[in-house]
Design a protein. Structure first.
Length: 164
């Protein structure tokens, strides 16, 4: 999936949890947004190293696309008294990884470090620009991305209005 869908899914799930527990906050809002994009921070490093060239290798094989770094961050938050933020963080990053298992070029290494096998649904077998073209050639993925951006913006505006 593309960033808008990751952001919307993480924020909508995080907001639902915050509302159900009556804990809507700026911190929760920010952590759910960060959690929604955290697994893709590896891509920024790649762009810097490759001086902006579009990637030709799968970043889903990197450590940042496994559960372990995010379990560690969530555990660190919880150890320091931020239990709720740790829960929001792990839920947001897991949501991202689940999304990256659907319609991706290659899947996610769910059982890393025990297995490097990548698993997913509707795997397109392409990476980089070819993956994006293949992904957006399906109407349901195109509409998911379009709706996600609009809904992310609306949900963000609503949350901000509740926090002001």
């Amino acid at each position: 999936m593309l960033p808008p869908a990751h952001l919307f899914a993480s924020l909508s799930l995080g907001t639902t949890i915050m509302l159900l527990t009556n804990q809507l906050s700026w911190e929760g809002y920010i952590i759910t947004i960060l959690a929604g994009i955290a697994p893709d921070l590896d891509y920024i490093v790649y762009l810097i190293r490759r001086e902006g060239q579009h990637h030709t290798t799968s970043h889903h094989t990197w450590f940042s696309h496994t559960l372990w770094p995010f379990v560690g961050i969530a555990f660190f938050l919880m150890l320091n008294g931020y239990n709720f933020l740790g829960i929001l963080f792990i839920i947001g990053t897991t949501t991202h990884l689940i999304q990256d298992s659907i319609g991706t070029g290659d899947g996610i290494m769910w059982f890393y470090p025990f297995s490097r096998r990548q698993l997913g649904i509707h795997i397109l077998g392409e990476i980089g620009k070819k993956w994006q073209q293949a992904y957006l050639s399906y109407w349901y993925f195109r509409w998911t991305e379009r709706l996600s951006m609009g809904l992310f913006l609306l949900l963000s505006l609503w949350i901000i209005s509740q926090l002001i």
